[in-house]
Design a protein around this ligand. Sequence first.
Ligand code: GUN
Ligand code: FE
Length: 463
Amino acid sequence: MSHQALGQAFLGTLVHTPSRDQVECIHSALVLVDPVGAITAVLRPGDDGYSDNLEAHAQNSTLIRTPDGNFILPGLVDLHVHAPQWPQLGQALDVPLEVWLQKHTFPLEARYSDIAFARKSYEALVDTLVANGTTTAMYFATIHLPASQLLAEICLAKGQRALVGRVAMDDQRECPDFYRDASAEIATDETRAYIEFVRTLPGNESGRVMPVVTPRFIPACSDQLLENLGVVAREFECHVQTHCSESDWEHNFVLDRCGQSDTAALDGFGLLSRRTVLAHGNFLSDDDLARIASKGSAVAHCPLSNIYFSDAVFPLARALQKNVNVGLGTDISGGPSPSIFDNARQALHGGRFLETGVHSDISRSHRGRGDSRISPVTAFWLATAGGGSALDLPIGQFQTGFQFDAIILDPSAPGSNLLISGDEDPVTLVQKIIYAASRSNVSQTWIGGQLVFASRSLHSRAH
Ligand code: GUN
Ligand code: FE
């Protein structure tokens, strides 16, 4: 068999969550990956073809053997990143959302009219995310067409699976003169041009980088623009991303202006589909959740950002119970960490705080909202398979037909906080990973069968 036809095979201990309360751990798993990065088989020792494939790939130098004690995990999925906000990570988290946007964020984003500034910032961000194990990211760029195109090109060049949107925002009252689309028509035309650019980008034939229709949020957009973008999203069968019912201020602003919730208004503008991701959603009512579930849309749960800007904890367990698609988002720089592991931990903490309540003056029986916790296994699922299914993409777990997007996790890497004895049952193993894994443990990042990041080379490769 030719080198090309054989593809590659990965050998090691595989850990993933095929459903939100199920862990699968396969020792000495052999994952066969075709030349375009799709998984063609996940084999266990003793399965038909296991020995033959192992031998064939070893002889062909297409076997990637992961070191003993390491784990092959699905790559992490970040559903909500503001790429231009990277320079202010960890800054200005002491003011409310509406002040933060006007005083800090819009002035920073306006600087992306400078393409050299954009290049430096975007390259550093994508490198950081990939080193943290984020194999897929859904990005807001800025209103600038050239810098938004550049972000798509940088993701493609670095091999990250990415969904990138040119931000649309034309409302004269809520957006400053120095950072606003001049009209709904211009924002719409540039959105179309941007989608066509990404879809025809040389080297992007497999669609690793996808365009996203991106109305910033209802307060920043005129009705006309929201309506236009609903049409564009349908016409191009494109993903959509926006903010939804994030804080008291934002939620009430939309109720005042539209006479209905963000979710109902977005639906009216034709912006809710199976490819829509709504960031935050802290104030979603049961009706909103039912509407989102019926449309197959998703929520990007951004638990670290929500501490600072939401005024409330997202009812994650309730959303999952109502079959809403949910994954995690860092919300850089509303959230101060680029790590999905950090956000998965905070999703656990937030659920516990919501369940018990936090105000000790209030009696224990009235302090919290029952049944709000999630398990560490669900946190792992949100970070991987949940994120993949929120995007309606075949990523986040190791199944035939899914893309081989993976991280090699090394518990004994320098700087590791993770102590694995090797005797853990699969659920305990996932608990330990979710509570203690960090960037230092990500020794390699693979996307679509390609190595895109290595902190150091694997010890043993078969030749
Ligand atoms: N709402 C509108 N824009 C933003 C943003 O950049 N970050 C967050 N967290 N919320 C927003
Ligand atoms: Fe955001």
